[in-house]
Ligand binder design. Sequence first.
Ligand code: ACO
Length: 329
Amino acid sequence: MPATPSGARGAIITGWGTALPDEIVTNVDLESKMDTDDAWIRDRTGIAQRHVGGTTAGLSTEAGRAAIEMSGVDPAEIDALVLATTTPDRMVPASASTVQNMLGLSCGAFDVNAACSGWVYALVTAHGLIAMGSEKVLVIGTDTLDRITDYTDRNTGILFGNGSGAALLEAVDGAGQMLGWDLDSLGEAESALFAEIGGFLQMEGREVFRRAVRLMADSATKALTSAGVSSDELALVVPHQANIRIISASLERLEIPMEKAAIVLDRTGNTSSASVPLALADALDAGRVGDGDLVLFVGFGAGMSAASAVVRWGADRGPALERPGRAGT
Ligand code: ACO
Protein backbone atom coordinates (compact mmCIF):
# COMPACT_ATOMS: atom_id res chain seq x y z
CA MET A 1 0.00 0.00 0.00
CA PRO A 2 1.72 3.22 -1.14
CA ALA A 3 2.01 6.19 1.19
CA THR A 4 2.95 9.72 0.17
CA PRO A 5 6.73 9.71 0.86
CA SER A 6 7.93 12.23 3.40
CA GLY A 7 9.87 14.95 1.61
CA ALA A 8 7.93 14.55 -1.66
CA ARG A 9 7.00 17.89 -3.17
CA GLY A 10 3.30 18.48 -2.53
CA ALA A 11 0.48 20.39 -4.17
CA ILE A 12 -2.69 22.23 -3.25
CA ILE A 13 -5.92 22.90 -5.11
CA THR A 14 -6.17 26.65 -5.70
CA GLY A 15 -9.16 26.76 -8.04
CA TRP A 16 -12.08 24.65 -9.13
CA GLY A 17 -14.88 24.80 -11.68
CA THR A 18 -17.81 22.82 -13.05
CA ALA A 19 -19.93 22.54 -16.17
CA LEU A 20 -23.31 20.92 -16.77
CA PRO A 21 -25.17 20.98 -20.10
CA ASP A 22 -28.36 23.09 -20.17
CA GLU A 23 -30.72 20.25 -21.08
CA ILE A 24 -32.25 18.46 -18.07
CA VAL A 25 -34.02 15.08 -18.20
CA THR A 26 -36.17 14.45 -15.13
CA ASN A 27 -37.36 11.07 -13.88
CA VAL A 28 -40.83 12.06 -15.03
CA ASP A 29 -39.46 12.63 -18.56
CA LEU A 30 -38.13 9.05 -18.51
CA GLU A 31 -41.56 7.60 -17.67
CA SER A 32 -42.62 7.99 -21.30
CA LYS A 33 -39.50 6.23 -22.60
CA MET A 34 -39.33 3.14 -20.36
CA ASP A 35 -41.31 1.17 -17.80
CA THR A 36 -40.30 3.13 -14.71
CA ASP A 37 -41.55 5.87 -12.42
CA ASP A 38 -40.20 8.85 -10.53
CA ALA A 39 -40.90 7.41 -7.07
CA TRP A 40 -39.04 4.14 -7.83
CA ILE A 41 -35.98 5.94 -9.19
CA ARG A 42 -35.79 8.36 -6.23
CA ASP A 43 -36.29 5.57 -3.73
CA ARG A 44 -33.83 3.06 -5.27
CA THR A 45 -31.12 5.53 -6.42
CA GLY A 46 -31.66 9.02 -4.92
CA ILE A 47 -31.59 10.52 -8.44
CA ALA A 48 -34.23 13.08 -9.50
CA GLN A 49 -32.74 14.43 -12.74
CA ARG A 50 -29.67 14.34 -14.99
CA HIS A 51 -28.16 16.67 -17.63
CA VAL A 52 -27.64 15.57 -21.25
CA GLY A 53 -25.93 17.09 -24.28
CA GLY A 54 -22.63 18.83 -24.87
CA THR A 55 -19.28 17.31 -25.76
CA THR A 56 -16.51 16.02 -23.53
CA ALA A 57 -14.09 18.66 -24.83
CA GLY A 58 -16.66 21.48 -24.59
CA LEU A 59 -17.70 20.72 -21.00
CA SER A 60 -14.07 20.17 -19.99
CA THR A 61 -13.08 23.54 -21.42
CA GLU A 62 -15.85 25.32 -19.50
CA ALA A 63 -14.99 23.66 -16.17
CA GLY A 64 -11.24 23.99 -16.75
CA ARG A 65 -11.50 27.68 -17.61
CA ALA A 66 -13.47 28.35 -14.41
CA ALA A 67 -10.81 26.56 -12.33
CA ILE A 68 -7.99 28.54 -13.97
CA GLU A 69 -9.82 31.83 -13.40
CA MET A 70 -10.49 31.05 -9.75
CA SER A 71 -6.84 30.16 -9.16
CA GLY A 72 -5.64 33.40 -10.76
CA VAL A 73 -2.93 31.39 -12.54
CA ASP A 74 -1.57 32.55 -15.91
CA PRO A 75 -2.63 29.78 -18.38
CA ALA A 76 0.84 30.01 -19.93
CA GLU A 77 2.26 28.64 -16.66
CA ILE A 78 0.20 25.43 -16.70
CA ASP A 79 2.51 22.57 -17.58
CA ALA A 80 0.17 19.58 -17.73
CA LEU A 81 -3.49 18.83 -18.41
CA VAL A 82 -4.86 15.48 -17.21
CA LEU A 83 -8.40 14.69 -18.37
CA ALA A 84 -10.25 11.78 -16.78
CA THR A 85 -12.91 10.51 -19.14
CA THR A 86 -14.46 7.26 -20.23
CA THR A 87 -16.29 8.98 -23.11
CA PRO A 88 -13.70 10.80 -25.24
CA ASP A 89 -15.19 12.64 -28.21
CA ARG A 90 -13.10 10.55 -30.62
CA MET A 91 -10.94 7.42 -30.44
CA VAL A 92 -7.97 9.52 -31.56
CA PRO A 93 -6.70 11.98 -30.45
CA ALA A 94 -7.14 12.17 -26.68
CA SER A 95 -9.85 14.71 -25.81
CA ALA A 96 -7.26 16.36 -23.55
CA SER A 97 -5.46 17.62 -26.67
CA THR A 98 -8.68 19.25 -27.95
CA VAL A 99 -9.22 20.88 -24.54
CA GLN A 100 -5.62 22.07 -24.41
CA ASN A 101 -6.14 23.84 -27.74
CA MET A 102 -9.53 25.29 -26.73
CA LEU A 103 -8.01 26.68 -23.50
CA GLY A 104 -4.95 28.02 -25.32
CA LEU A 105 -2.51 26.06 -23.14
CA SER A 106 0.95 24.94 -24.18
CA CYS A 107 1.65 21.87 -22.11
CA GLY A 108 1.46 18.10 -22.06
CA ALA A 109 -2.11 16.78 -22.26
CA PHE A 110 -3.47 13.26 -21.94
CA ASP A 111 -6.61 11.30 -21.05
CA VAL A 112 -7.00 8.87 -18.16
CA ASN A 113 -9.72 6.22 -18.43
CA ALA A 114 -10.53 4.56 -15.12
CA ALA A 115 -14.33 4.86 -15.48
CA CYS A 116 -15.99 6.49 -12.46
CA SER A 117 -12.76 6.36 -10.43
CA GLY A 118 -11.08 8.41 -13.16
CA TRP A 119 -10.83 11.82 -11.50
CA VAL A 120 -9.23 10.40 -8.36
CA TYR A 121 -6.80 8.44 -10.58
CA ALA A 122 -6.05 11.70 -12.41
CA LEU A 123 -5.57 13.60 -9.15
CA VAL A 124 -3.03 11.04 -7.91
CA THR A 125 -1.30 11.10 -11.32
CA ALA A 126 -1.10 14.91 -11.18
CA HIS A 127 0.51 14.75 -7.74
CA GLY A 128 3.08 12.37 -9.23
CA LEU A 129 3.85 14.89 -11.99
CA ILE A 130 4.26 17.62 -9.39
CA ALA A 131 6.55 15.44 -7.28
CA MET A 132 8.65 15.05 -10.46
CA GLY A 133 8.89 18.79 -11.14
CA SER A 134 5.65 20.07 -12.73
CA GLU A 135 4.48 23.35 -11.20
CA LYS A 136 0.82 23.70 -12.19
CA VAL A 137 -1.45 20.91 -13.37
CA LEU A 138 -5.07 21.13 -14.49
CA VAL A 139 -7.05 18.01 -13.51
CA ILE A 140 -10.44 17.63 -15.19
CA GLY A 141 -13.06 14.88 -14.95
CA THR A 142 -15.70 14.83 -17.69
CA ASP A 143 -18.16 12.36 -19.12
CA THR A 144 -20.88 12.55 -21.75
CA LEU A 145 -22.56 9.28 -20.87
CA ASP A 146 -25.66 10.08 -22.92
CA ARG A 147 -23.65 8.87 -25.94
CA ILE A 148 -23.28 5.35 -24.49
CA THR A 149 -26.58 5.11 -22.55
CA ASP A 150 -29.74 3.54 -23.95
CA TYR A 151 -32.48 5.80 -22.54
CA THR A 152 -35.10 3.16 -23.33
CA ASP A 153 -33.40 0.56 -21.07
CA ARG A 154 -34.63 0.97 -17.50
CA ASN A 155 -31.69 -1.03 -16.16
CA THR A 156 -29.21 1.72 -17.09
CA GLY A 157 -31.17 4.66 -18.54
CA ILE A 158 -32.28 5.95 -15.14
CA LEU A 159 -28.75 6.36 -13.82
CA PHE A 160 -26.46 8.29 -16.14
CA GLY A 161 -25.91 11.91 -17.17
CA ASN A 162 -23.27 14.36 -18.41
CA GLY A 163 -21.04 16.83 -16.59
CA SER A 164 -17.55 18.08 -15.86
CA GLY A 165 -15.52 19.18 -12.85
CA ALA A 166 -11.99 20.57 -12.70
CA ALA A 167 -9.31 21.51 -10.18
CA LEU A 168 -6.12 23.50 -10.64
CA LEU A 169 -3.20 22.05 -8.66
CA GLU A 170 -0.17 24.14 -7.77
CA ALA A 171 3.12 22.85 -6.41
CA VAL A 172 4.10 24.10 -2.97
CA ASP A 173 7.34 24.08 -1.04
CA GLY A 174 5.58 22.39 1.86
CA ALA A 175 4.02 18.95 2.11
CA GLY A 176 0.83 19.94 0.28
CA GLN A 177 -2.63 18.49 0.72
CA MET A 178 -2.43 14.82 -0.14
CA LEU A 179 -1.67 12.63 2.85
CA GLY A 180 -2.48 9.19 1.46
CA TRP A 181 -4.04 7.47 -1.54
CA ASP A 182 -5.07 4.17 -3.06
CA LEU A 183 -5.63 3.00 -6.64
CA ASP A 184 -7.32 -0.36 -7.26
CA SER A 185 -8.68 -2.50 -10.07
CA LEU A 186 -10.54 -5.79 -9.99
CA GLY A 187 -10.24 -6.91 -13.62
CA GLU A 188 -11.96 -10.23 -13.06
CA ALA A 189 -15.22 -8.31 -12.45
CA GLU A 190 -15.10 -6.33 -15.71
CA SER A 191 -18.10 -8.18 -17.19
CA ALA A 192 -20.38 -6.59 -14.55
CA LEU A 193 -20.22 -3.24 -16.36
CA PHE A 194 -18.92 -2.51 -19.83
CA ALA A 195 -19.64 -0.88 -23.19
CA GLU A 196 -18.21 -2.20 -26.44
CA ILE A 197 -16.82 0.44 -28.81
CA GLY A 198 -19.88 1.97 -30.49
CA GLY A 199 -22.26 0.21 -28.08
CA PHE A 200 -24.32 1.04 -25.00
CA LEU A 201 -23.46 0.41 -21.35
CA GLN A 202 -24.34 -3.12 -20.21
CA MET A 203 -24.66 -3.62 -16.47
CA GLU A 204 -25.49 -6.27 -13.89
CA GLY A 205 -26.90 -3.78 -11.41
CA ARG A 206 -27.06 -5.97 -8.31
CA GLU A 207 -23.55 -7.34 -8.89
CA VAL A 208 -22.14 -3.83 -9.35
CA PHE A 209 -23.96 -2.68 -6.21
CA ARG A 210 -22.62 -5.55 -4.12
CA ARG A 211 -19.03 -5.14 -5.28
CA ALA A 212 -19.13 -1.33 -5.17
CA VAL A 213 -19.92 -1.18 -1.46
CA ARG A 214 -17.01 -3.48 -0.60
CA LEU A 215 -14.59 -1.82 -3.07
CA MET A 216 -15.33 1.69 -1.80
CA ALA A 217 -14.93 0.73 1.85
CA ASP A 218 -11.72 -1.25 1.16
CA SER A 219 -10.14 1.46 -0.98
CA ALA A 220 -11.05 4.22 1.49
CA THR A 221 -9.62 2.17 4.36
CA LYS A 222 -6.32 1.73 2.50
CA ALA A 223 -6.05 5.47 1.80
CA LEU A 224 -6.94 6.36 5.39
CA THR A 225 -4.34 3.90 6.70
CA SER A 226 -1.65 5.24 4.38
CA ALA A 227 -2.54 8.78 5.53
CA GLY A 228 -2.53 7.79 9.21
CA VAL A 229 -6.03 9.19 9.58
CA SER A 230 -9.03 7.54 11.24
CA SER A 231 -12.49 7.85 9.71
CA ASP A 232 -13.88 9.80 12.67
CA GLU A 233 -11.35 12.59 12.00
CA LEU A 234 -12.82 13.31 8.55
CA ALA A 235 -14.77 16.52 8.03
CA LEU A 236 -16.08 15.56 4.57
CA VAL A 237 -16.32 12.54 2.29
CA VAL A 238 -16.65 13.08 -1.45
CA PRO A 239 -17.83 9.74 -2.85
CA HIS A 240 -18.56 8.73 -6.42
CA GLN A 241 -22.18 9.63 -7.10
CA ALA A 242 -23.74 6.42 -8.41
CA ASN A 243 -26.54 5.56 -6.02
CA ILE A 244 -27.38 7.04 -2.61
CA ARG A 245 -27.82 3.54 -1.20
CA ILE A 246 -24.29 2.54 -2.30
CA ILE A 247 -22.92 5.67 -0.62
CA SER A 248 -24.80 5.08 2.61
CA ALA A 249 -23.89 1.36 2.78
CA SER A 250 -20.20 2.07 2.23
CA LEU A 251 -20.13 4.92 4.72
CA GLU A 252 -21.82 2.67 7.24
CA ARG A 253 -18.98 0.16 6.79
CA LEU A 254 -16.50 2.98 7.34
CA GLU A 255 -18.47 4.22 10.39
CA ILE A 256 -18.87 7.67 8.85
CA PRO A 257 -22.22 9.46 9.28
CA MET A 258 -24.07 10.37 6.07
CA GLU A 259 -24.14 14.07 7.08
CA LYS A 260 -20.43 14.15 6.21
CA ALA A 261 -21.04 13.10 2.58
CA ALA A 262 -21.04 15.56 -0.34
CA ILE A 263 -24.05 14.70 -2.50
CA VAL A 264 -25.06 16.03 -5.93
CA LEU A 265 -26.47 12.88 -7.54
CA ASP A 266 -30.05 14.00 -6.94
CA ARG A 267 -29.39 16.83 -9.44
CA THR A 268 -26.83 15.22 -11.76
CA GLY A 269 -27.29 11.43 -11.77
CA ASN A 270 -24.14 9.39 -12.25
CA THR A 271 -21.68 11.50 -14.26
CA SER A 272 -18.79 9.00 -13.94
CA SER A 273 -15.43 10.82 -14.05
CA ALA A 274 -17.14 14.15 -13.27
CA SER A 275 -18.99 13.01 -10.18
CA VAL A 276 -16.28 13.48 -7.53
CA PRO A 277 -15.13 16.95 -8.70
CA LEU A 278 -18.77 18.06 -9.12
CA ALA A 279 -19.57 17.00 -5.55
CA LEU A 280 -16.33 18.54 -4.26
CA ALA A 281 -17.07 21.88 -5.92
CA ASP A 282 -20.60 21.84 -4.53
CA ALA A 283 -19.29 21.31 -0.98
CA LEU A 284 -16.57 23.95 -1.38
CA ASP A 285 -19.00 26.51 -2.79
CA ALA A 286 -21.34 25.82 0.15
CA GLY A 287 -18.48 26.56 2.58
CA ARG A 288 -18.45 23.02 4.00
CA VAL A 289 -14.63 22.77 4.02
CA GLY A 290 -12.29 24.92 6.12
CA ASP A 291 -8.51 25.14 6.47
CA GLY A 292 -7.14 22.05 8.17
CA ASP A 293 -10.20 19.90 7.47
CA LEU A 294 -9.56 16.30 6.43
CA VAL A 295 -11.37 15.26 3.26
CA LEU A 296 -11.69 11.77 1.74
CA PHE A 297 -12.29 11.26 -2.00
CA VAL A 298 -13.50 7.76 -2.88
CA GLY A 299 -14.53 6.47 -6.29
CA PHE A 300 -15.43 3.14 -7.88
CA GLY A 301 -16.47 2.20 -11.37
CA ALA A 302 -16.25 -0.14 -14.31
CA GLY A 303 -13.14 -2.27 -14.35
CA MET A 304 -14.01 -2.64 -11.63
CA SER A 305 -11.81 0.21 -10.53
CA ALA A 306 -11.60 2.01 -7.20
CA ALA A 307 -9.55 5.00 -6.04
CA SER A 308 -9.29 7.03 -2.85
CA ALA A 309 -7.30 9.98 -1.57
CA VAL A 310 -7.11 11.72 1.79
CA VAL A 311 -6.28 15.43 1.75
CA ARG A 312 -5.86 18.06 4.43
CA TRP A 313 -7.52 21.18 3.07
CA GLY A 314 -5.48 24.38 3.06
CA ALA A 315 -2.35 22.44 4.01
CA ASP A 316 1.14 23.88 4.15
CA ARG A 317 1.60 26.06 1.06
CA GLY A 318 5.17 27.08 1.77
CA PRO A 319 6.43 30.60 1.08
CA ALA A 320 6.37 30.30 -2.74
CA LEU A 321 2.57 30.72 -2.92
CA GLU A 322 2.13 33.66 -0.57
CA ARG A 323 0.59 35.96 -3.16
CA PRO A 324 -1.96 38.58 -2.04
CA GLY A 325 -5.48 38.58 -3.49
CA ARG A 326 -5.42 34.97 -4.66
CA ALA A 327 -8.63 32.95 -4.58
CA GLY A 328 -8.59 29.37 -3.42
CA THR A 329 -8.18 27.29 -0.33
N1 ACO B 1 -38.03 1.21 -12.68
C1 ACO B 1 -38.96 0.49 -12.02
N2 ACO B 1 -38.75 -0.77 -11.57
C2 ACO B 1 -37.54 -1.31 -11.79
C3 ACO B 1 -36.52 -0.61 -12.48
C4 ACO B 1 -36.80 0.69 -12.92
N3 ACO B 1 -35.89 1.45 -13.57
N4 ACO B 1 -35.43 -1.39 -12.53
C5 ACO B 1 -35.75 -2.55 -11.91
N5 ACO B 1 -37.03 -2.51 -11.46
C6 ACO B 1 -37.75 -3.52 -10.73
C7 ACO B 1 -37.22 -4.92 -11.04
O1 ACO B 1 -37.90 -5.49 -12.15
C8 ACO B 1 -37.54 -5.65 -9.75
O2 ACO B 1 -38.93 -6.00 -9.74
P1 ACO B 1 -39.43 -7.38 -9.07
O3 ACO B 1 -39.05 -7.29 -7.64
O4 ACO B 1 -40.89 -7.38 -9.35
O5 ACO B 1 -38.65 -8.44 -9.80
C9 ACO B 1 -37.34 -4.59 -8.68
O6 ACO B 1 -37.49 -3.32 -9.34
C10 ACO B 1 -35.98 -4.65 -8.03
O7 ACO B 1 -34.98 -4.78 -9.06
P2 ACO B 1 -33.45 -4.77 -8.74
O8 ACO B 1 -32.67 -4.96 -10.01
O9 ACO B 1 -33.19 -5.71 -7.61
O10 ACO B 1 -33.28 -3.27 -8.22
P3 ACO B 1 -32.15 -2.70 -7.33
O11 ACO B 1 -32.67 -2.32 -6.02
O12 ACO B 1 -30.89 -3.53 -7.38
O13 ACO B 1 -31.82 -1.33 -8.09
C11 ACO B 1 -30.15 -0.44 -9.52
C12 ACO B 1 -31.34 -1.38 -9.43
C13 ACO B 1 -30.60 0.96 -9.21
C14 ACO B 1 -29.58 -0.50 -10.94
C15 ACO B 1 -29.07 -0.88 -8.48
O14 ACO B 1 -28.81 -2.25 -8.62
C16 ACO B 1 -27.79 -0.13 -8.62
O15 ACO B 1 -27.71 1.06 -8.38
N6 ACO B 1 -26.69 -0.82 -8.98
C17 ACO B 1 -25.40 -0.19 -9.12
C18 ACO B 1 -25.36 0.54 -10.44
C19 ACO B 1 -24.17 1.45 -10.55
O16 ACO B 1 -23.73 2.02 -9.56
N7 ACO B 1 -23.67 1.59 -11.77
C20 ACO B 1 -22.67 2.52 -12.07
C21 ACO B 1 -21.31 2.06 -11.72
S1 ACO B 1 -20.15 3.31 -12.00
C22 ACO B 1 -19.54 3.28 -13.62
O17 ACO B 1 -18.41 2.92 -13.82
C23 ACO B 1 -20.36 3.76 -14.78
